[in-house]
Design a protein around this ligand. Structure first.
Ligand code: PMP
Length: 388
């Protein structure tokens, strides 16, 4: 691994040793096309089905209801577009939130152009939606509700269980983007009445360009990836069996106890950084809140008077990788729609925030180096009296 201090784990994570070994083994030894009849194909299929089993168990789903995709983006796009297109005769209303990932917001915008109505639930200054707003938005035209399990920029966690309960007796299908929450929170599609769920392997020390869409039995829309009949008609294209096996290995490594351990450790990390910045006289505020109920790997802070660009560049020069307030736009220095939804477009937070996100390999030493680099940058900017 490089000597870079990597604190951008909500963007992606390094592949773990276990996953690396699994990938190498399967790339070398398992290359048959999983849709073929002969021995090598059967071997590939067995490897793939083993991973599918592990993954299904991790969310309390039936194995048959897991569709492998190219990642969170494809899973989200599929859930939104294919639900809308296959159910439009029942209604043309979709409910989502203002702080979803672009992989949800962009298909929703495309659907609006096609005549669908989309309600974007607002959030408060902690990045939370209100159930009253949700109930008020739900009507007999609503065919889909897509609300993320936890947010990728500020870590707020949505009331998924309550929403699932409300939708239990409603026609609308319930989709949740669990890309950031998977691996940190206990997820149970049956307990929470979730109809569809998206995840991605590369956020949990797995390989990139592989994820899954959970689609409960009875939801029969076709994939928009059309071609051969691989994946038992779930999604066309030759499966990336080594990546699927690597994904399975990543999931297997993260037990429920490990999730709780990570949540607790990352919460301590946040408190540690906040205390150290305060001790060093840095003027900052948390975007959202430090709460045990949030996704604790995400820590978004407003460093007052220091532009995101200046801070990110200085941290990069110190060998420290963090993200801008908005994690998903080019160079991550575009205004964050999440911070805009929380604080309004004129808030200085929009251009003066960074997102620090923790992963499996981070240590307190990493945090000390981060704090030292932030303090140095703040002091230099202030000493020179320039408005950065
Ligand atoms: N949803 C959320 C909440 C995410 O954080 C991301 C990754 N930034 C995605 C979807 C997209 O996932 P992928 O990179 O696997 O396409």
């Amino acid at each position: 691994m490089s000597d870079e201090i990597y604190l951008d784990n909500a963007a992606t994570t390094p592949v773990s040793q276990e996953v690396y070994e699994e990938l190498m083994d399967k790339y070398k030894n398992v290359y048959g096309n999983a849709s073929t009849l002969y021995g090598l194909g059967r071997q590939s299929r067995a490897v793939m089905e083993h991973a599918r089993d592990i993954i299904a168990k991790s969310i309390n789903a039936d194995t048959d209801d897991i569709i492998f995709t190219s990642g969170g983006t494809e899973s989200d796009n599929t859930a939104i577009m294919q639900t809308a297109l296959s159910r439009q005769s029942l209604g043309k209303h979709i409910i989502t939130t203002a702080i979803e990932h672009e992989a949800i917001l962009k298909p929703c915008a495309a659907l609006e152009k096609m005549g669908f109505k989309v309600t974007y639930l607002p959030v408060d200054e902690n990045g939370n939606i209100s159930l009253a707003d949700f109930k008020a938005a739900l009507d007999d035209q609503t065919i889909l509700v897509s609300i993320m399990t936890g947010n990728n920029e500020v870590g707020s966690v949505m009331p998924i269980h309550e929403i699932g309960e409300i939708l239990k007796n409603h026609q609308a299908w319930f989709h949740t983007d669990a890309v950031q929450a998977y691996g940190l929170l206990n997820i149970d599609v049956q307990r929470d009445h979730i109809d569809m769920l998206s995840t991605s392997a590369h956020k949990i020390n797995g390989p990139k360009m592989i994820g899954f869409l959970y689609k409960r039995n009875g939801i029969n829309f076709p994939s928009f990836v059309k071609g051969g009949d691989q994946e038992e008609k779930r999604r066309a294209g030759t499966e990336n069996v080594p990546a699927i096996a690597g994904f399975g290995k990543a999931v297997e490594t993260i037990t429920e106890a490990e999730k709780a351990h990570r949540q607790a450790k990352y919460l301590q990390f946040k408190k540690y950084i906040a205390d150290k910045l305060t001790e060093n006289g840095v003027d900052f505020e948390v975007n959202g809140q430090i709460s045990k109920d949030n996704l604790n790997h995400v820590f978004n802070i407003w460093l007052k008077g220091i532009s995101t660009y200046v801070m990110q560049t200085n941290l990069d020069l110190a060998g420290i990788a963090v993200s801008g307030g908005s994690a998903c736009t080019a160079g991550s220095i575009e205004p964050s729609h999440v911070l805009v939804a929380m604080y309004g477009k004129d808030s200085p937070r929009i251009s003066e925030s960074i997102r620090i996100s923790f992963g499996r390999y981070n240590t307190y030493e990493d945090l000390d180096q981060l704090v030292a680099a932030i303090v140095k940058t703040v002091n230099r900017v202030k000493r020179k009296g320039v408005k950065a």
